[in-house]
Design a protein around this ligand. Structure first.
Ligand code: 5GP
Ligand code: MG
Ligand code: MG
Length: 179
């Protein structure tokens, strides 16, 4: 798989170190709470797994699957719930765990949904932020790395469902998605 990448942007070790940093920051922020971590499937799964190892407070996990992309690389702007939470967010301190924020449309939708469902607080931690892709005004509360406006894969991020299992983040060679 590695030979299908043009370059590696973020190594496995850098991701692990960042997860540790973010984990302690989160532990500090939720000291008095019992937060509900909401992972956005499927991309946030590896980051969620790495992050929670370093969070030193009691927490609850849940997952949501939303779609705005299909297998395309450009956002359609539509957000569709594929799988909803099993847990009620009412009165809860919700932390949304994301793989990457690009246009911000997915997160804007989720944040508004959780406020509408009467969450006590809603915050966002993302592994990657791509600020150049933004279509709505949205700044994550915590972010691991800023990436350039390129299509990245690995550590949960897919291209047509592949590459999620790479332990690092990279950029595909153009010939891979040009066919
Ligand atoms: P947004 O709604 O912020 O535009 O993007 C949300 C989702 O689009 C992300 O959670 C991710 O699943 C997908 N996405 C955005 N940018 C990239 C990218 O560079 N690579 C991959 N693989 N997925 C991306
Ligand atoms: Mg995502
Ligand atoms: Mg995807």
């Amino acid at each position: 798989m590695k030979d299908e990448l043009k370059e590696i942007l973020i190594s496995e070790e850098e991701i692990q170190n960042k997860a540790r940093e973010l984990g302690s920051e989160i532990s500090e922020q939720y000291k008095e709470a019992f937060p509900l971590f909401v992972g956005v499937l499927k991309g946030a799964l590896p980051f969620m797994a790495e992050l929670i190892k370093h969070v030193d407070v009691h927490l609850e996990l849940d997952f949501m699957d939303v779609s705005s992309y299909g297998n395309a690389m450009v956002s359609t702007g539509e957000v569709k719930i594929i799988k909803d939470l099993n847990t009620s967010v009412e009165g809860r301190d919700v932390l949304i765990v994301e793989d990457i924020i690009d246009s911000g449309l997915t997160l804007k939708y989720l944040i508004e949904l959780f406020h509408y469902r009467k969450a006590k607080s809603v915050k966002v931690v993302t592994l990657l932020d791509k600020p150049d892709g933004r279509k709505v005004d949205l700044v994550p509360d915590m972010s691991g790395f800023t990436v350039p406006d390129a299509f990245v894969v690995g550590f949960g991020l897919d291209y047509a469902e592949r590459y999620r299992n790479l332990p690092y983040i990279g950029v595909l060679k153009p010939e891979i998605y040009e066919g």
